[in-house]
Design a protein around this ligand. Structure first.
Ligand code: GDP
Length: 307
């Protein structure tokens, strides 16, 4: 990508999109094309077509999506599948029609079968049933991967798909009903500390294993792949190490400085038992993450706590 290339970051106000904007700006890319969802409703095909015809971006980072944690996914599956299918289909088709040079589509590690061997290799895609709590979202993301692959095959486009692990960082969603686990824990422990509560409730058994990647590492990996990788094979982006939700809760408790106890609400779902990505494809290309979980959580906590 040359520095004057017109780069559209779809979803630039979200966790991932805003990190991509910071990373692109830090590398001197000055011609960024950004639209809020109010300015451009990506679920509307005619609006997306009009935007691409008028603006003709050279590169697209497709980071716009309806996302949420285990509770939002399992209670609003229709919104998750519908909105994600529409956003992907509209952008990918418009990108093909207007000759976008390269597009990067962001998937998710939940596309892999619930009981696939761990760590998850890219070739495990479509080898078994999905985790029910986020099946609707996962199927929309699998459709996005297949859109990129099919357009490359039939139209000769250069559309790549990357699968990030669980992400966290600046501009994450801290709403307790719809967030992912890490921002929820930061908020719960902080509020309990401030109000002098004795206990913090953590959902599920505490036994599921997840890995967490700071979104600035994810953005760096996306830029790296945009510049160094082409092909229809998906690429995992993770940190290569996981921990239990119990261990994560202990770590957040310590960073926040909460003195009370942790209790588990087993009435809430655990979701998939283990979700760890094999990142050897990515590390084999020469990229590795830099931000440790402790440093990343500490920075995110301080950013959020200062409001
Ligand atoms: P998942 O990776 O798709 O399952 O998404 P989440 O980040 O929402 O949840 C990860 C795990 O953390 C699940 O086992 C949840 O039950 C557990 N968890 C524990 N406490 C919380 C919480 O307060 N919010 C959320 N979203 N998950 C929690």
């Amino acid at each position: 990508m040359d520095q004057t290339a017109k780069i559209y970051v779809a979803g630039h106000r979200g966790l991932v999109g805003s990190a991509l904007v910071r990373a692109l700006q830090a590398k001197g890319f000055g011609n960024l094309l950004l639209r809020t969802s109010r300015e451009l409703d990506l679920t509307r095909q005619s609006a997306v077509e009009h935007f691409f015809r008028a603006e003709r971006p050279d590169y697209v980072f497709l980071a716009a999506a309806r996302v949420g944690g285990i509770w939002a996914n399992s209670t609003q599956p229709a919104e998750f599948i519908y909105q994600n299918l529409m956003i992907e289909a509209n952008i990918i088709q418009a990108a093909k029609e207007t000759g976008v040079r390269k597009l990067l589509f962001l998937g998710s590690s939940c596309i892999y079968p619930k009981l696939a061997p761990q760590p998850l290799k890219e070739e495990y895609l479509l080898t078994g049933p999905l985790e029910p709590t986020n099946q609707a979202y996962a199927l929309a993301k699998i459709a996005g991967i297949e859109l990129c692959r099919s357009y490359n095959l039939q139209y000769g486009t250069d559309f790549i798909s990357v699968m990030p692990t669980n992400l966290y960082g600046i501009n994450d969603n801290f709403d307790l009903e719809s967030s992912h686990v890490l921002p929820a824990l930061i908020r719960k422990f902080h509020e309990a500390k401030i109000s002098g509560k004795k206990q913090v409730v953590v959902w599920g058994t505490g036994q599921p294993v997840r890995e967490f990647l700071h979104v600035d590492d994810l953005a760096a990996a996306c830029l790296f792949l945009m510049e160094n990788y082409s092909g229809s094979d998906i690429v995992n982006i993770g940190c290569g190490a996981g921990l239990t939700i119990r261990a994560l809760a202990e770590l957040v408790k310590e960073i926040v400085g909460f003195a009370g106890e942790i209790v588990f609400d087993t009435g809430k779902p655990d979701g998939t038992p283990v979700k760890l990505l094999d990142i050897s494809r990515l590390t084999g290309m020469g990229w590795k993450p830099r931000i440790s979980l402790r440093d990343g959580i500490t920075a995110t906590y301080h950013w959020w706590a200062k409001g």
